[in-house]
Write a protein that binds this ligand. Structure first.
Ligand code: PRX
Length: 633
């Protein structure tokens, strides 16, 4: 049964129903899945603890809803189409039946190597079908996966392994990204030097470069699955068992493990996928995210596969071997729905229209954007030149914590408005709050974005520390989930996301905590103190600007700046490397010692016209010094 909304009035009707009778609304959708035992209670919640349970005591396995449910009707249709980094490397087209068999074989490999229900498994892999197979096999044996983006450093990887007490790492020898071949196994080796919980490492051969394999610990993927049965009976799980942990940055110095549970996430990733993208059977859908982020989880793997869709997975980068690669792939496979990030659009826009010329892009029906606010210029370029002016552009707002798209147009059903995420999906109740905790009703209001009622795909806890979850998301506004974003409801009632209101910056659609970057910078032996802020960046959306106080003895600015950037790259990964490092004599502080980031943000953005009253600072003179130093850059 399809739960696809077909008309604008249908949207309003469903939306009203979902608010008036949320339990009945979600039950109707959940009932279309295969449950080994139906749930006792649809929703049990309070946002104070917080406690959120959807479909409590329902028993299922999410992969039975991908495989067993679709095998009769879709066994021979493509589940995954994989395009390699090199355009002339043969592609792979994997049908639902083949994916089922490959997953089952890998389930045996997991179980034979000691993985049981509830165990944590780290996936640190390139964008190859085996990354999806790894996730699905974990889910099928009832293990909890935690995918770590393969661009993170060994320190970041080891922090995550320790935090979740993982027993196994699934990885590859190396990773192709554009013209580069990046070592992956070597990073894992370094990461697990001090992580005693890791018992086994399974390594996929991808680049065929030489790696060290430790006896009794490391085994090759192809050997682990060799001769294994293509059948595996899925392990029964509870609706509220954990499906995965995904680490994400917040305002604290360490990333937190966002936990999603099985039943609710299944229902929500499916429902949001079908409705936002208006997927029709047979369509070819392509999301360009990496499986290391939530977008890859919900809209490359789970949402599309739960819908019986064909999902395209691309190993490479948009500019390799040239800036026409995305458009070439769209024509090659006749992609119907294309979902990417504003940063990719802006970087391709910079190449002009020439790379587009050989391609028709006629197959496209829907184009989408995710990860950061899309500025109007990029919106129009994407809409006019990629969508050719006749594809709905869905600007989808959501977060790692929300599990699925929350605010977005439904393609071709609800209206598009440039740079506006627009309207909430059915079942989602967003509210705009002022700083005193009052809800701002009506149109033309601006404030902090909260959600006042639970939805099935939402975060359940932060792994190993429920208090942290409460403090981060449920304490700022009583009885509400606080998103960390500012939003405006415009005169027509459409929502526009204004960006983060906390100490989180969004670099090329990747979330970075300023405290996390500061902690990494402070590891450099010459650094005394640092403050990191975001500033507007033409391609990345936001860039990272670091103000650093250093002990300069025996050093020059230029080499220290490079070393500081490298320290961050080593500790977190290349995505966190500051774009600007300014060595400063001091940081502007209030009398209570708090850094005045507002001033630093203004200077970083090149706007020193209105810095406000600086006379109450402990050290007002430092502001002039910083401005002078910034001018030199
Ligand atoms: O600030 C919002 C921004 O990305 C944040 C969530 O980041 P992450 O958990 O990494 O998930 C990204 C992919 C879902 C949000 O708090 N963001 C995401 N989508 C949009 C957006 N900002 C504006 N418009 C969007 N469409």
């Amino acid at each position: 049964m399809s739960h696809k909304i077909q008309t604008l009035s249908g949207y309003f009707h469903e939306y009203q129903k979902s608010v008036a009778q949320p339990e009945e609304f979600w039950e109707r959708i959940a009932e279309s899945f295969h449950w080994r035992k139906l749930w006792d209670k649809t929703l049990d919640w309070n946002f104070d603890e917080p406690k959120v349970k959807w479909f409590a005591n329902g028993k299922l396995n999410i992969t039975e809803n991908i495989f067993e449910r679709h095998l009769y009707t879709k066994g021979d249709s493509p589940a995954i189409i994989w395009e390699a980094n090199e355009p002339n490397e043969p592609n792979r087209i994997i049908t639902y039946r083949e994916l089922y068999e490959l997953t089952n074989q890998f389930c045996h490999a997991l179980v034979d190597n000691g993985i049981r229900k509830g165990d944590r498994v780290i996936i640190y892999m390139p964008m190859v079908p085996e990354a999806a197979i790894a996730m699905l096999a974990c889910a099928r044996v009832g293990a909890i996966h935690s995918v770590v983006f393969a661009g993170f450093s060994s320190t970041s990887l080891s922090d995550r392994i320790i935090d979740c007490g993982a027993k196994m790492v699934l990885t590859s020898d190396g990773n192709y990204r554009g013209s580069k071949s990046i070592p992956v196994k070597a990073v894992v080796d370094e990461a697990i030097l001090n992580t005693p919980s890791i018992e086994k490492v399974i390594v996929l051969k991808r680049t065929f470069e030489e790696v060290v394999m430790k006896a009794d610990r490391d085994l090759w993927w192809h050997e682990a699955v060799a001769g294994k049965s293509k059948d595996f009976t899925a392990v029964e799980t509870d609706s509220e068992d954990m499906l995965f942990i995904l680490y994400t940055s917040g305002s604290t110095g360490k990333p937190k493990g966002v936990v999603h549970s099985i039943g609710g996430y299944m229902v929500y990733s499916y429902y949001s996928f079908m409705n936002v993208f208006q997927y029709s059977q047979g369509d070819i859908y392509w999301c360009t995210a990496d499986v290391g982020w939530i977008t890859g989880h919900s809209y490359i793997v789970y949402g599309p596969l739960l819908s019986g869709a064909t999902t395209l997975m691309f190993e490479g980068v948009p500019t390799y071997p040239n800036a026409g690669r995305f458009w070439e792939i769209i024509d090659k496979y006749k992609v119907n729905q294309f979902y990417t990030a504003p940063t990719a659009i802006r970087s391709l826009q910079a190449f002009g229209l020439e790379p587009l010329e050989p391609y028709s892009l006629q197959s496209l029906k829907v184009i989408g954007s995710v990860g950061e606010p899309i500025n109007e210029e990029a919106w129009h370029w994407y809409h006019d030149h990629i969508g050719k002016g006749n594809c709905p552009l869905v600007d989808t707002w959501w977060q790692t914590e929300t599990g699925g798209i929350m605010i977005s147009a439904l393609a071709g059903i609800t209206p598009n408005k440039p740079a506006h995420a627009s309207l909430p999906l059915p079942g989602i109740q967003p509210v705009i709050m002022d700083t005193e905790g009052n809800e701002l009703t009506g149109n033309n209001v601006e404030g902090n974005l909260c959600i006042k009622f639970p939805w099935p795909g939402m975060i359940r806890t932060t792994y190993g520390d429920h208090e942290k979850c409460k403090k981060e998301y449920f304490s700022a506004y009583k009885g509400m989930y606080f998103t960390g974003d500012g939003a405006k409801r415009d005169h027509d009632g459409y929502l526009r996301i204004l960006g983060r209101v906390d100490d989180v910056i969004n670099v090329s659609g990747h979330r970075m905590g300023t405290a996390e970057v500061e902690n990494a910078i402070n590891e450099h032996p010459k650094v005394v103190e640092s403050a990191v802020v975001g500033y507007p960046h033409e391609v990345k959306g936001q860039g990272i600007y670091a103000y650093v106080i250093c002990d300069m003895e025996g050093r020059t600015e230029a080499n220290l700046i490079e070393e500081i950037k490298d320290t961050v790259k080593k500790i977190i990964g290349p995505i966190a490397k500051p774009d600007m490092v300014q060595i400063v004599p001091g940081l502007p502080k209030t009398r209570s010692g708090k850094i005045m980031r507002r001033i630093l943000r203004k200077i970083a953005s090149g706007d020193i016209s209105n810095l406000g009253d600086t006379s109450t600072l402990l050290n007002p003179e430092v502001v002039d010094d910083i401005i002078k130093g910034a001018n030199l850059k």
